[in-house]
Design a binder for this molecule. Structure first.
Ligand SMILES: [Zn+2]
Length: 447
């Protein structure tokens, strides 16, 4: 955090609705104190950010350990359910130390991709077999520490994961995810402390993983703390079928019945919904986190993001399984998926897609004062180079369209979190060799 005031000069800045050339941003104690457009040249002593500067990007859905699966899971065929077996095998090998190393490297990759806040949907709580560690939150603490070392903010969405299906106990692989019941989950989570860079939120893994009569316990825990509450929702049709069989209703209806839906709740994926589900989710102000690169990677299907938003559901974006980590790709994929499905173009403007990747993503993670370049907001900035082979040559004023529809994570030049350069000129300032750290952490988890 910068104790002394500092001025950043943004060659181009996205100020929420449009791109302004020449903007000075003053920062003190990690927050923006003033934004001055019409500043054609850098003021003396200003830190210059060439390119297009956006508010920091929010990755609203992450499972850090899935980074170890990249490429490995691309061999062969199958479905979500066969992919899950490979994922469980990796989860089974994690320890607090190996998870810390992998998460630190993965979050450093995120910082290089311009991500300033990660929402970690965390359920690998205990040792294999389900025995708690000496510190029952050793795994969550490892993730919070990893985010600090990688220079990003984290919302630890501590996840209740208690059953393998409706009326079924956890499988062997899932024992380390489970606290036994929702009261024990709440007791463990209540010990976790928030810090400058870390918020604590709650998650329900899915309606498969938390018995219906215990859903309200998790919802109440989040409500009492005004904390974000996330839930995987209708990612697979098999979940819908099993829910109907067990409860005679859809997963969204079951969540509504038990008080889970609401403005601080985010449904992740929201893929296979009925028209009534969409009205329930939108009407309650429940958010939707789309993870398009994962949803296509896992052959999930295309969720009705446009219809959900029309009904009142704010949209956020996540890289989820980390098949790739690129929030710009997530943003454009949401629009491009909708084009493929409808055979029409222009469902979201670049500005609307950037809002999902910034302000609305942060709000979904409980960082309401983050994700905007304005006085009072946290000083989190992401600068996209406009001079790469991908981004050179846009018409003046079309920087946002270039960033969303042509740039990739490789075009991120600077990432500033709380007024501190975490990435400068494409290099991480805290983790010197991010590819090396990733390779080492993934290697340590090989069978
Ligand atoms: Zn997920």
């Amino acid at each position: 955090m910068t104790a002394t005031p500092r001025t950043y000069w943004l060659e181009h800045a996205w100020l929420g609705a449009h791109v302004e050339p020449g903007v000075a941003v003053e920062v003190r104690d990690g927050r923006v104190t003033a934004v001055r457009p019409d500043t054609p040249a850098p003021p003396p002593g200003a830190e210059v950010l060439r390119g297009l500067t956006l508010p920091g990007l929010a990755n609203a859905h992450s499972h850090a350990f899935h980074r170890a699966l990249r490429s490995t899971v691309q061999v062969g065929s199958g479905t979500f359910w066969t992919w899950r077996e490979v994922m469980y095998a990796t989860a089974g090998r994690l320890t607090p130390d190996t998870y810390h190393s992998l998460a630190r490297a993965t979050y450093a990759e995120m910082a290089l991709a311009g991500i300033t806040t990660v929402g970690e949907f965390h359920y690998v709580h205990h040792a294999p077999g389900g025995t708690p560690y000496a510190d029952p939150n050793a795994m969550g603490e490892a993730l919070i520490e990893a985010a600090a070392e990688a220079g990003v903010r984290i919302t630890l969405l501590d996840t209740a994961y208690l059953s393998s299906g409706f009326g079924q106990p956890p499988t062997t692989h899932q024992l380390r995810f489970s606290d036994g019941d929702a009261d024990a989950w709440a007791q463990r989570c209540s010990v976790l402390k928030e810090r400058d860079h870390a918020r604590i939120g709650a998650a329900i893994h899915s309606v498969r993983a938390v018995p219906a009569e215990q859903l309200a316990t998790v919802a109440r825990w989040a409500e009492e703390r005004r904390a974000p509450l996330h839930v995987h929702l209708s990612e697979q049709t098999a979940e819908n079928d099993a829910c109907r069989e067990a409860h005679g209703c859809t997963p969204a209806q079951l969540l509504a019945l038990h008080g889970v839906l609401g403005p601080r709740t985010t449904g992740v994926h929201n893929t296979h919904l009925t028209a009534e589900d969409i009205a329930l989710i939108g009407g309650s102000g429940t958010g939707t986190c789309m993870c398009p690169t994962t949803e296509r990677d896992l052959a999930d299907g295309i969720g009705p993001a446009a219809a959900l938003q029309n009904e009142g559901s704010p949209l956020s974006l996540g890289s989820d399984s980390h098949a790739v980590i690129d929030l710009l790709e997530e943003a454009r994929a949401m629009e491009l998926n909708e084009r493929l499905r409808t055979r029409t173009r222009g469902h979201w403007t670049a500005a609307a897609l950037l809002r999902a990747a910034t302000a609305d993503g942060h709000a979904a993670l409980g960082w309401d004062d983050t994700g905007r370049i304005e006085a009072g907001a946290r000083a989190d900035l992401t600068t996209i180079g406009l001079d790469s082979v991908r981004t050179a040559g846009p018409l003046p004023g079309l920087g946002a369209e270039t960033a969303v529809f042509a740039a990739t994570a490789a075009d991120v030049r600077h990432t500033v979190v709380a007024g501190r350069h975490v990435v400068r000129d494409g290099a991480h300032t805290l983790v010197p060799d991010v590819p090396g750290a990733l390779a080492q952490a993934v290697e340590a988890l090989r069978a």
